[in-house]
Design a protein around this ligand. Structure first.
Ligand code: MN
Length: 238
């Protein structure tokens, strides 16, 4: 089985000719997939004419976390709290998602990847949670190390997600953006206690994503590993 991971793009180190805009994947994803006997295939930022062929090569797609999504893609002007954006990367991931849907190949998004899925299908994001939500929010950008779970989420009982993680898992939280309006065809299936949406899925969960980072929890949390095992099962079933 092969799973494609859309590459991250290095927007730091502009003076290093090899690192500037380099395409890379975090080690945790390679460890996650190879530990489950799945071959990782990194999908770099390439011209859109090549995207179909890349998706042809894989059985499913993982869209990982990363930098902020360009708000132009959901028809908003950038607010001052918005971080660095890089639209070619956003476009690549949105096109890979659309091609995976066309080929009926399951997709799972994490953090930024989950937000990209929502934008690609017509949803809207908060560019910055603490600025754009007037009531007090939970600590969604935890200073604790990423392998530590810091807040609970309430999962919809009748969701696919609940079958994997139950209705009240504890998760880590490293995001300042979030989903403001869920895209047509998707459903919010988990929320933090302040109301912030933490997971989405479509009807058969062939398109799903979470706001947290299970790739840093599965090693010591069997519930979070189950989240990936469920995704791998959908990929296997085609
Ligand atoms: Mn959170």
């Amino acid at each position: 089985m092969k799973i494609g991971i859309t590459a991250n793009v290095n927007l730091k180190n502009p003076d290093d000719i090899n690192l500037n805009f380099s395409n890379y994947t975090a080690r945790v994803f390679l460890q996650l997939l190879t530990a489950h006997e799945i071959m990782p295939l990194i999908i770099p930022v390439v011209p859109s004419s090549l995207i179909k062929e890349y998706v042809d090569l894989v059985d499913g797609v993982l869209i990982p976390g990363g930098q902020d999504v360009d708000p132009e893609l959901f028809h908003e002007k950038p607010i001052s709290e918005l971080g660095k954006t890089y639209q070619p990367h956003d476009q690549l991931e949105m096109q890979v998602l659309q091609e995976a849907i066309r080929q009926h190949k399951p997709v799972f998004g994490i953090c930024r990847g989950y937000q990209v899925i929502n934008v690609a299908l017509g949803g809207i994001l908060y560019q910055d949670l603490t600025t754009q939500i007037t009531s007090k929010t939970l600590k969604h950008n935890q200073p604790e190390e990423i392998a530590t779970a810091t807040h609970t989420v309430q999962v919809a009982e009748n969701s696919n997600l609940a079958k994997a993680v139950g209705v009240r898992p504890t998760v880590n939280s490293k995001h300042h953006q979030g989903i403001k309006q869920v895209a047509p065809g998707l459903r919010a299936v988990a929320r933090a206690d302040d109301g912030v949406i933490e997971a989405i899925e479509n009807e058969d969960a062939s398109v799903a994503g979470v706001q947290w980072h299970p790739e840093y929890l599965w090693q010591h949390d069997a519930i979070q590993e189950q989240l990936f095992l469920d995704f791998f099962q959908r990929v296997k079933n085609g």
